[in-house]
Structure formats: C-alpha cells, structure tokens
Design a protein around this ligand. Structure first.
Ligand SMILES: [Zn+2]
Ligand SMILES: [Zn+2]
Length: 266
C-alpha cells in the first residue's frame, strides 16, 4: 500500500544539512544548514514549497545545521524546536525568532503532533547538547543519526529496525589521516565526540537493520575526506561481510551536498 509518510534528504554533507519529512498533517524540516534561497531551490527539486513547512527540528548549533534557521523562521513563520541548551547558544547566531515560534524540546522526550510523533535522543558530539530525532507515523519510522562520535545505546534503540534510516558516513579513515586537516581537527573528528567514519557507519547499520528496514541513506559525507563511491563501497563490503545483502535486504542510497534525494515513501 502506498504510504503518505515521505522523506527527502534535501542536502547532506559537512557543508550543510536539511532533511524534509511529510505526513498528511505536517511538513517539517530537520535542520536548515544552508541559505534560505538554496533550501527553497532544493524544495523545488521535490516539487514542494517552503510556505507549506510548519516546523524545523534543530539537532545542534553547528553552522552546517542552523545557517538558514533564522531566515526560514522569519520568512515563513515556522515553529523551531531545539533543546534549552542549544537555544541558549543558537539564539544569537540565528537572529530574532518570535517567542511564539520558539519551542523547547529536551533530549529523550516525545512530541505528539497529531499524525506525527517525534522522539529526540542525545548523541555524542562536540556541541552543547546535540540530539537527533526519530519520526513515527502510521506504524512506520524514519530515524536519523549523523554528527556523533559513536552510536550510543539510546541511538541504537531509536534506529533499531526503523523503516527508513539516515546514517552518517562522514569520512574515510585513511583520507582523513593522510589529508590536509590540521592534527587537532583530525583528532576532533576521530574522537568519540566527532563523526562516524564509513566503517563506523557500516557497523552501526549492521547493528540496527531489521525486517522492516527498507531504505538506508548514507549522509553527512565530508567533501574533503570522503567520496560518495568510496563510502558506498566500504559500507557495502562491511555489510556483505555480515551477510547483509545491500539492494536485496534493503536499499542503500547516497545523498548529496546540494541535490535532493527523491521523495521516498517511508
Ligand atoms: Zn554537521
Ligand atoms: Zn556538528
């Protein structure tokens, strides 16, 4: 049966992240880490309009997640959800947002919003209080995890057997190690408050896929320290070594820094 619960990764990379999710009653974004103009263009690619979006769920205050949040909130009147600590540091980066659009959504809580339930969960990343989200509608789940140094227990339980998943594959370990980044930045990325490598992402996927899992997206690739084909191949190899059949048990999709993935039924 066709599902009316859909998702598109509008943009995913270390240079900007926006995810679009819709149900019959809601059209929402997770993060808005690009200019308002670019996000409007990306919405056009999936034949949708920012005017119809009612909320943004913010994961953390890094600019690749919040660059467009203030502009979209002011221009389109969107409600903005983030936890209190994130609001405390985000507020002066995004400019003025009307008090009635400011919503505090603490970690490890659930928001019931008519036909959409949203769960927040804490992750391990070098931001003040980073959290990611799982969305539930009509018995289906879309869950996402990027910007984390490792997959903690609560993340694992949120992603377990989700129908559709966005998983981080930030860097190729050797490309990062040999690349041009200064050592402190390399250390930060590799730390348990940094990002998941292609292999880490693959092992996390192996851990959470279940009989309901149909679509897995690889996201938040570093333009500097990764390549789409390399991430895809590395993850496929790891999954095959664990007897998980990519494009048989589930589909493995790529994402792009500035091209929306096809609007996918969850
Ligand atoms: Zn990020
Ligand atoms: Zn981040």
């Amino acid at each position: 049966m066709a599902s009316d619960f859909k998702v598109s990764m509008l943009a995913s990379s270390s240079s900007g992240n926006v995810t679009y999710i819709e149900t019959p009653e809601h059209k929402v974004l997770v993060d808005a880490g690009l200019s308002g103009k670019k996000i409007a263009d990306l919405m056009g690619q999936i034949d949708r309009n920012l005017q119809d979006v009612d909320a943004i769920f913010v994961t953390h205050e890094h600019s690749d997640h919040i660059a467009g949040v203030g502009v979209l909130a002011r221009k389109y009147g969107m409600d903005v959800y983030a936890n209190a600590k994130t609001w405390s540091v985000m507020q002066n980066k995004i400019g003025k947002v009307k008090p009635e659009q400011v919503h505090v959504f603490e970690p490890n809580q659930t928001q019931l919003m008519g036909d959409l339930d949203v769960e927040s969960f804490s992750v391990s990343h070098d931001a003040i209080d980073p959290q990611f989200y799982a969305f539930h509608h009509a018995g289906k789940t879309f869950a996402m995890l990027t910007d984390t140094g490792y997959m903690n227990d609560i993340s694992r339980s949120m992603l377990k057997d989700a129908d559709t998943v966005l998983m981080e594959a930030n860097h190729d370990y050797d490309m990062l190690r040999m690349g041009s980044y200064a050592w402190p930045l390399k250390q930060r990325i590799l730390s348990d408050r940094g990002h998941l490598s292609n292999e880490d992402g693959a092992l996390a996927i192996a851990d959470i896929v279940g009989q309901h899992t149909k679509n897995v997206y690889l996201g938040h690739l570093s333009p500097e320290n990764n390549e789409k084909a390399l991430a895809h191949l590395t993850v496929t190899d790891v999954l095959q070594s664990k007897d998980l059949g990519v494009d048989h048990d589930f589909f493995l999709h790529d994402t792009s820094p500035l091209a929306a993935t096809r609007l996918q039924e969850i």
